[in-house]
Design a protein around this ligand. Sequence first.
Ligand SMILES: Nc1ncnc2c1ncn2[C@@H]1O[C@H](COP(=O)(O)OP(=O)(O)OP(=O)(O)O)[C@@H](O)[C@H]1O
Ligand SMILES: O=P(O)(O)OC[C@@]1(O)O[C@H](CO)[C@@H](O)[C@@H]1O
Length: 306
Amino acid sequence: MIYTVTLNPSIDYLVEVESFQMGKVNRTSYDAKFPGGKGINVSRVLKRLGNSTTALGFIGGQTGEFVKRFLRQEEIFTDFTEIAGDTRINIKLKTGLETEINSQGPVISKGNYQQLFSQIEQLNNNDILILSGSIPPSVPSDVYEAMARSCTHNGIKVVVDTSGKELLNVLPHRPFLIKPNHHELGELFSTEISNIDDAREYGAKLVEAGAKNVIVSMAGQGAVLCSDGESYSANVPKGNVINSVGAGDSMVAGFIGTYERTGDILSAFRFSLAAGSATAFSSDLGTLDKIEELLPQIAINQLTGG
Ligand SMILES: Nc1ncnc2c1ncn2[C@@H]1O[C@H](COP(=O)(O)OP(=O)(O)OP(=O)(O)O)[C@@H](O)[C@H]1O
Ligand SMILES: O=P(O)(O)OC[C@@]1(O)O[C@H](CO)[C@@H](O)[C@@H]1O
């Protein structure tokens, strides 16, 4: 079974405003609510690909009920830890530009944290654990490191999609996949990643530091996969970007879902690009039909130099 962990789920409130005026009353031309949080997005895309997942994490209040109901309607298994506070609401404002306002979210008690941690300790070695998204201020900042340590000891594949120190600290525990975008990769090394060669060079450093597979996503410029002495690039398909929320999560889902079905890293990489772009070209997460339509446009090239 694939388990996703979302420490800080959300309702994503998508608001479209034409001719937005700062400091004025604006009226929406479109609005919609979706369950959000990176792990939950990964679960939703994996379901569309035909992979079964259980979504774990902290959930509470009426907003949490909305998230659970929505996931139930999509027939996604959940085993959330119920908390006293309300699941947050994140605003995704589309005005021509995309502006996001992500709330801090509710306080997580020590008891809540221990409850989630003991669920993780019960996973077994056929399972895959996907740890995705920001860590709420009330949760120990080494939570991903601690979960990764516990799982890799038990032979469980761990995927981590986060940034900064939290990402660096999981590397010694040999995560199966990490997926920094090029900005996040640059921040790790205090440099700028502006092309495929830079992404290959610095992605390979993360493999040396312990990651088995590293996908560096570069938005419209494509992506690079580094794994065990080899690296590959892939292009993105052509299309109209209307929503980047969840595009990175869709890449993680596309990679893991395909890897679980085929065991083939390159097919997984190709599918991950198609899934990311299918979401970027849709108002919600990309559908399987959309992903399959985009797949033929994606070519993989082996890169020289590691
Ligand atoms: N201009 C574009 N054309 C086609 N696909 C795109 C474009 N921009 C983003 N994508 C798709 O979205 C994926 C993820 O983009 P990006 O590198 O910005 O990752 P991210 O920062 O993790 O995403 P997110 O916006 O979800 O945080 C890309 O690999 C690609 O598949
Ligand atoms: O605040 P975090 O946890 O960093 O990110 C949360 C979030 O922006 O990430 C998802 C898209 O990747 C959204 O569904 C959600 O609102």
